[in-house]
Write a protein that binds this ligand. Structure first.
Ligand code: P5A
Length: 442
């Protein structure tokens, strides 16, 4: 991709309406554009990052055997009337009437719809567990949408649902997602801590939010710092191993605001380990038994007996993660965005010195790009005539992790190679390709 032909509308100044660094950076680098309050278009740079995050989230769902489906955004109100949530959900639900006057809605979540899909096909306990997920837009008419895509009205969510015969099996499913979320956030280079949380309009009595620490986060959290050292690497997808992992975490007091009790916090956490801070909720899992299956009559046959299935649901804020990662990785002072390599918008920027009329360095850039393409390295060539230091600033801001400079110090196959935020080194192209490929694996 040539920069001059790309749709990356960079702004010179920080837009005054943006109050936190992720919102500022996303507007400034043209990742998103607001279309109306709390509703955004995703422009190429932002969309590329979100798609890469989506893919990592997807792979980790597939790894624990969850099957991908795609449910629609528009749902019939009928199933919500069956579950009893049509009234309860309140003003956050966007309600629509179709031309026949039927009540429809833009889905804020999918517990009812997936239960309806399940009950129409699964009849025997022998088909359990069923684990299904989809990645789809949601709409919640938030009272105060803010912080850009962090709390917006239309957002992209991965939501999964589990169906089991009894509590014991259902908790096994819950724990699978618990581990899978730890893995997902780790792959995104985030330290997300599971915290006991309230269940709100989803319901049930067991729930964890996955929170990353950030001063600009909207969730207040109270935690024992030792929870940061719990290691999940050796956990197998097996009942006891997963149950033990959750116990390891639950040894340490770690809760969100609604679950907080000062007395409990002080009793359970020695003073030196107490941490009261703020964070961003990037995932949330729930166990709610037969809250939906009973009113919606979703059951299986178990040796001639009718059993309502036991369900849980599991959400990841895919679009919110873009902002959360910026909050965690953007160096505001130096104006450098350090994307984890696996989700950076491009792997490499090729930056030729260009004097007017002299296209020699641009030709070299195009030649290099051919070799990068052969090696599956995604690149952007800066063919603009901007001055060199503003080009470097631009790629640091956008966050391209590897940068190849073609200028005076370039001879033959040797180029200046910059790892974002570090000093340049002279290297030949083969070595540069190796370095980029190495960092893609990390
Ligand atoms: C779990 C999956 C649910 O909706 N039903 C299906 C359950 N949970 S949740 O906590 O309400 O949402 C899951 C995740 O979605 C993100 N999220 C948002 N992102 C941006 N703007 C919003 N207004 C918004 N609301 C929720 C969060 O990451 C949350 O953890």
């Amino acid at each position: 991709m040539l920069f001059s032909k790309s749709f990356i509308p960079i702004l010179k100044n920080i837009p005054s309406e943006a109050k936190i660094k992720s919102h500022q950076l996303m507007l400034r680098t043209g990742m998103i554009k607001q279309s109306s309050a709390g509703i955004y278009s995703w422009l190429p740079l932002g969309f590329k990052v979100m798609k890469k995050i989506e893919q990592i989230v997807r792979e980790e769902q597939d790894n624990i055997g969850v099957q991908e489906i795609l449910m629609p955004t528009i749902q019939s109100a009928e199933i919500w009337k069956e579950s009893g949530r049509y009234k309860d959900y309140g003003e956050e639900m966007l309600r629509i009437k179709d031309r026949q006057g039927r009540d429809m809605l833009y889905g804020p979540t999918n517990e009812e719809l997936v239960t309806d899909i399940f009950r129409s096909s699964i009849k025997s306990y022998k088909s359990l567990p069923q684990l299904l997920y989809h990645i789809q837009w949601k709409f919640r008419d938030e009272l105060r949408p803010r912080f850009g895509i962090m709390r917006c009205r239309e957002f992209y969510m991965k939501d999964a649902y589990s169906f089991d015969l009894n509590d014991d099996e259902a908790l096994f499913s819950y724990n699978k997602f618990f581990l899978s979320y730890l893995k997902t956030f780790k792959r995104l280079n985030l330290s997300a801590i599971p915290m006991a949380a309230d269940t709100g309009p989803i319901g049930g009595n067991l729930s964890h939010e996955f929170i990353i620490l950030a001063d600009t986060g909207e969730s207040k959290i109270y935690t024992d710092k030792r929870v940061f050292n719990v290691d999940s690497d050796q956990t197998k997808i097996e009942k006891n191993s997963l149950a033990n992992l959750r116990k390891e975490f639950e040894k340490f007091y770690s809760v969100t605001d609604e679950k907080y009790s000062e007395k409990e916090f002080n009793n359970k956490v020695p003073e030196e380990f107490r941490l009261k801070t703020k964070g961003i909720e990037v995932g949330h899992i729930f166990y709610f038994g037969d809250k939906y299956s009973k009113p919606m009559n979703s059951s299986v046959d178990y040796n001639g007996k009718k059993e309502f299935v036991k369900m849980g649901s599991y959400g990841v804020g895919v679009s919110r993660l873009v902002g959360a990662i910026i909050e965690a990785k953007y160096d505001e002072k130096k104006e450098i965005m350090k994307w984890p390599q696996s989700i950076s918008p491009y792997d490499c920027a090729i930056i030729p010195f260009l004097n007017k009329g002299n296209k020699k360095n641009l030709d070299k850039a195009v030649n290099i790009s051919k070799k990068l393409r052969e090696n599956n390295i995604d690149f952007i060539i800066d063919d603009t005539e901007e001055n060199f230091s503003s080009k470097l600033k631009k790629f640091n801001l956008i966050g391209i992790p590897s940068q190849i400079i073609i200028g005076n110090k370039t001879e033959g196959d040797n180029f200046e190679f910059i790892k974002i935020g570090e000093n340049p080194e002279i290297s030949n192209l083969d070595k540069i390709i190796k370095l980029i490929n190495q960092s893609k694996k990390n």
